[in-house]
Design a protein around this ligand. Structure first.
Ligand SMILES: NC(=O)c1ccc[n+]([C@@H]2O[C@H](COP(=O)([O-])OP(=O)(O)OC[C@H]3O[C@@H](n4cnc5c(N)ncnc54)[C@H](OP(=O)(O)O)[C@@H]3O)[C@@H](O)[C@H]2O)c1
Length: 247
């Protein structure tokens, strides 16, 4: 792979499994040193770190619950401190809390908004203090913010749609500093939270134009493009990697 990110440092939240792990590895293959956060599973985080080191990059794993604002900011600052700089922030960690509208409680609301809205906001705020011209912020949203095909998604869809406003407003505000801000909205992607052999997978796949799930690497490819120099004129944009789910 073309090492377009040589000399760059990236942070991927929720990088120990699924889409985040694929993004972390792909950024490393493109030459970046990569830090990742995780919530619980240290062995899986360590495994991703080992795989990044195997392709020649430096890597660290940081336990940081995205629901904990202090931990999020501390993780960003630690990356800049330990790896020497911060060029790319990928807001990937997400809460996937579904439920019938009238059954969703205040704790569900607060947890979802803390992880899916507050964490990307404050991580970006902390990251731009370290970023220079060429900095990149990429957030992982969701197809469900664009097309609500199932009941039970009110909280999740609401929280993910907030990323459109954040992306556009930040893209506008940070453009003058040469920092781009973009959103990638995956469709059904084969991970632990939405397995391609899960009980509703056939129905879900039926809503796509391509008729199948994405692999995490499909989402990682779009993120890596946005993180690289060829995307220097792309900001405030949303890329749907959803197999046509939203068309
Ligand atoms: N999969 C899909 O079909 C799909 C579709 C649209 C959008 N998305 C979005 O894509 C993103 C990644 O989803 P995924 O399917 O790859 O998830 P996943 O396979 O369940 O992986 C979740 C990752 O995030 C970490 N994580 C979970 N909660 C966290 C928290 N509170 N703080 C820090 N890290 C946390 C996990 O760490 P531990 O291992 O330590 O728990 C793990 O590394 C999410 O924002 C999701 O909403 C996914």
């Amino acid at each position: 792979m073309n090492r377009v990110l040589d000399g760059k440092v990236a942070l991927v939240t929720g990088g120990s499994r699924g889409i985040g792990a694929a993004v972390a590895l792909r950024l490393a293959e493109a030459g970046a040193d990569v830090a990742l956060t995780f919530q619980q599973d240290q062995p899986r985080a360590d495994d991703v770190v080992d795989r990044i080191k195997a392709v020649g990059g430096r890597a660290i794993a940081i336990r940081a619950d995205s629901a904990d604002a202090t931990a999020v900011v501390a993780a960003v600052d630690r990356v800049a401190d330990e790896l020497g700089r911060l060029d790319v922030l990928v807001n990937n960690a997400g809460a996937f809390l579904l439920g019938e509208f009238e059954q969703l409680g205040m704790a569900d609301f607060d947890q979802t908004v803390a992880i899916n809205v507050r964490a990307p906001f404050i991580a970006a705020q902390a990251a731009v203090r370290h970023m220079t011209e060429g900095g990149r912020i990429v957030t992982i949203g969701s197809n469900m913010a664009e097309r609500a095909v199932f009941p039970g998604f009110s909280l999740y869809a609401m929280s993910k749609s907030a990323m459109t406003g954040l992306t556009k407003a930040l893209g506008r505000e940070l453009g003058v500093r040469g920092i781009t801000v973009n959103l990638v909205n995956p469709g059904p992607t084969d991970t632990d939270s939405n397995p391609a052999d899960g009980p509703n997978a056939d129905v879900i796949r039926g809503f796509t134009a391509l008729g199948h799930y994405a692999e995490p690497a499909d989402v990682a490819a779009a993120v890596t493009f946005l993180a690289g120099p060829e995307a220097r004129y792309v900001t405030g944009a949303t890329i749907n990697v959803d197999g046509g789910f939203t068309i």
